[in-house]
Design a protein around this ligand. Structure first.
Ligand code: PLP
Length: 305
């Protein structure tokens, strides 16, 4: 199948919109703030998850794959996106879930069930093995014809799909910001900027949404094909609010205020932390006057239901 046929079949709205926003906290510092609206790519498939899955799905269709297995938490945007794509493409989907939600399935899990996914709840200890070669080998023996996709869809095949975000840009930016959890999105942006822009002029700043200083940098580095991009990117670890999916009143209030000022919905797990960090860094004078900043809205609103 051709790329274009798949995006047409799934009704993915690429290229995504690039729009300037003017919240009061950006204007007064002479910053031009643009949002790349990957949250608008599709009503169901969460923005960056489509970017990461695109080429994996194309390869799966090419190989006539009938069954895909992947991993995630009970609110996972990745499993939600992949489960929907599999249902649309007539591929059986098995979701391996961290923790037992069988008595109280989240809206995400209810959607997966409606899409006829097979759900397997595993305990934390089993889930910890999700990337261990022995565990994956065991799963592959159990399901010899299945394609295994890692947590978050962050794998080598994800990079080109994410890099296309950069290919779509109308011009270059001084800074590109995105939230970081499993690292695939940041690695793809780094790849895209070295491929389609001048990396020296465009700095990439990841905002960690979980506690993972050193660990997140390692995830990103491991994904990069070439390991020589190191100067063009870094990850800020000051705005994870205590860990993955941790939040507080301040962040919740910021998300509401951001929506009021811009008309763009954000949620506290990913995009809320990204824009909160952006506001704080602007206020601290982190970015020089007149900086042109691009923030990637990665989607994820289903997780906030
Ligand atoms: C998964 C996700 C991220 C994190 O992307 P990684 O590639 O895992 O770092 C950011 N935003 C949203 C909305 C997501 O669903």
């Amino acid at each position: 199948m051709k790329t274009k046929n798949l995006t047409t079949l799934l009704q993915i709205a690429t290229p995504s919109v690039e729009t300037i926003i003017q919240p009061d906290w950006a204007a007064k510092h002479g910053i031009t703030l643009t949002v790349k609206r990957d949250d608008l790519l599709h009503p169901v498939i969460s923005g960056n998850k489509w970017r990461k899955l695109k080429y994996a799905l194309l390869a799966a269709i090419e190989a006539n794959t009938k069954h895909i297995i992947s991993f995630g938490g009970g609110f996972s945007n990745h499993l939600h996106a992949l489960g929907f794509c599999c249902q649309q493409l007539n591929i059986q989907f098995t979701a391996i879930i961290r923790g037992d939600y069988s008595q109280n399935p989240s809206p995400m899990l209810q959607d997966l069930l409606n899409w006829n996914a097979n759900i397997q709840y595993v305990d934390r200890k089993t889930y910890q093995q999700r990337a261990e070669p022995d565990y994956l080998k065991m799963l592959q023996q159990q399901y010899p014809s299945a394609l295994l996709i890692p947590e978050g869809g962050s794998q080598l095949e994800a990079l080109q799909g994410v890099a296309e975000i950069v290919e779509e840009l109308s011009h270059s930016y001084d800074y590109v910001l995105a939230p970081v959890a499993s690292g695939g999105t940041l690695a793809g942006l780094i790849t895209g900027i070295s491929k389609y822009l001048e990396p020296i002029d465009c700095k990439i700043l990841g905002i960690a949404v979980l506690k993972g200083e050193g660990y997140l940098e390692q995830l990103v580095t491991d994904l990069l094909v070439k390991h020589d991009h190191s100067k063009s990117w870094q990850i800020n670890h000051d705005y994870h609010f205590g860990g993955y999916a941790k939040s507080n009143d301040n962040l919740a209030e910021f998300c509401r205020d951001f929506f009021q000022q811009t008309g763009i919905k954000i949620e506290p797990v990913y995009s809320g932390k990204l824009f909160f960090a952006l506001r704080e860094l602007i206020n601290k004078g982190y970015f020089p006057q007149k900086s042109r900043i691009l923030a990637l809205h990665t989607g994820g609103l289903q997780g906030a239901r």
